[in-house]
Design a protein around this ligand. Structure first.
Ligand code: ZN
Length: 405
């Protein structure tokens, strides 16, 4: 890539280079452990014109595994947050029968089912056929398709305009961000609102969440870079909230130009400018801080192992793969990774080839320490694993610095 995918600017500044890395979601089957895994550059750059942080390459979608795709309902926190948000929007925006709620990348219908329950029409859009089928079986009308300019025009031509449109963890993943935002502008009903959640790059930098960097995660937004993207496509950020999901997320409310802009939006844009987030300066010491963290964590784990401690990990998600590959510990240090997702159990983590097992093994096996790779669900995982902790087990939370809980 030579140009910013948002604004087209041609000279991008380096932020962080993780090098040739296996795809974080490409879990390895036992009979493939001897086969060389495909590796792709994992390098992060900054656009000095629109302030967007992004990867240098996008791996072709056909290279990405989708079989073990993340089912939202596997995470209790996510479904509960969705329920609370929908209740609030229905109340605040006086949504009722005859209104339409839409979601891009609607997954198994975890969010839209709350609108259906409230008697409001819903339409999900998700390209994964197996997941769209689950949503439909759950009573959430869903189209199996990619959202962009073309589908948006088609929906609008059918009279399907959204009074509220959700896009959660979409904008970080799709290469054609202008196509998606232009599509959102096309399908929003007059006076409608798009509620867009995406991880906040500021949290990644401040809390050293470098493991949120993986190939499927192309973009790392600030409000400044997101507002520039919206404005280019006839929308603008009219309100914003910072929410704790996924290690720190921006919830941006976007609407047509001319809609009043909240004080929260104006002040967060000013705060970002003051912090230097619209220049490369903000990112200059990120590499050194990530290196220090990784050295600390590696030394700590290897030290425990030397002392004869047994170490497991929890959460076979993409961020775990980034972290394990970056610190370079394999099955000689970490015995296994526990994960609730039955589709992942029996497979191996990419690159480091640590086996994935059911969480029940933590209780039968009682390792001394569990490295919490899914730190974004720390409270939820620790509540589920209370028995392991009561029996003396300890969790290691890796970021922003290794801590025992
Ligand atoms: Zn740009």
């Amino acid at each position: 890539m030579t140009q910013c995918r948002s604004c087209g600017f041609g000279t991008l500044d380096d932020v962080l280079t993780l090098g040739e890395t296996p795809l974080a979601n490409s879990l390895v089957a036992a009979d493939r452990l001897d086969t060389v895994e495909a590796r792709f550059p994992l390098d992060v750059v900054f656009c000095p014109q629109c302030a967007l942080v992004q990867l240098t390459i996008s791996v072709p979608p056909e290279e990405m595994f989708t079989e073990y795709a993340y089912f939202s309902s596997f995470a209790d926190t996510v479904t509960e947050n969705a329920r609370v948000l929908v209740e609030r929007l229905v109340r605040e925006r006086h949504l009722a029968a005859g209104h339409l709620a839409m979601e891009i990348a609607s997954n198994d219908g975890y969010l839209l089912k709350n609108y259906v329950a409230a008697g409001i029409d819903a339409l999900g859009i998700d390209p994964a056929r197996n997941i769209a089928r689950v949503a439909i079986d759950n009573g959430v009308p869903t189209r199996c398709d990619f959202f962009g300019r073309d589908l948006a025009r088609q929906l609008a031509a059918e009279g399907l305009l959204a009074d509220v449109l959700h896009a959660n963890n979409v904008m970080a993943h799709v290469p054609d961000v202008n196509g998606v935002v232009a599509g959102i502008a096309t399908v929003l009903a007059p006076g409608g609102v798009a509620v867009i959640e995406t991880p906040y790059v500021r949290e990644m930098v401040e809390r050293l969440e470098f493991d949120t960097i993986y190939h499927e995660h192309l973009f790392y937004y600030s409000l400044s870079s997101f507002d520039a993207l919206l404005r280019r496509n006839g929308l603008r950020a009219v309100d914003v909230e910072r929410i704790p999901i996924h290690g720190g997320t921006l919830r941006i409310f976007a609407a047509e130009e001319g809609t009043p802009v909240s004080d929260a939006t104006t002040s967060l844009l000013a705060e970002e400018a003051q912090l230097g987030m619209t220049t490369i300066d903000y990112y200059r010491d990120f590499v050194a801080r990530v290196d220090t963290l990784c050295d600390q964590l590696r030394d700590f784990l290897l030290g425990l192992r030397r002392d004869g401690k047994r170490i497991a990990a929890y959460g076979a998600a993409a961020k775990g793969a980034t972290l394990l590959n970056r610190i370079g510990v394999d099955a000689t240090t970490i015995d296994y990774v526990a994960d609730r997702n039955v589709h992942k159990q029996g497979l191996y983590m990419p690159g480091v080839h640590i086996p994935i097992v059911a969480p029940e093994q933590l209780l039968t096996d009682l390792p001394d320490y569990v490295l919490l790779l899914a730190w974004n669900f720390a409270d939820e995982v620790m509540a589920q694993q209370h028995e392991y902790r009561e029996r003396g087990g300890k969790f290691i939370v890796p970021v922003p610095e290794p801590a025992i809980r």
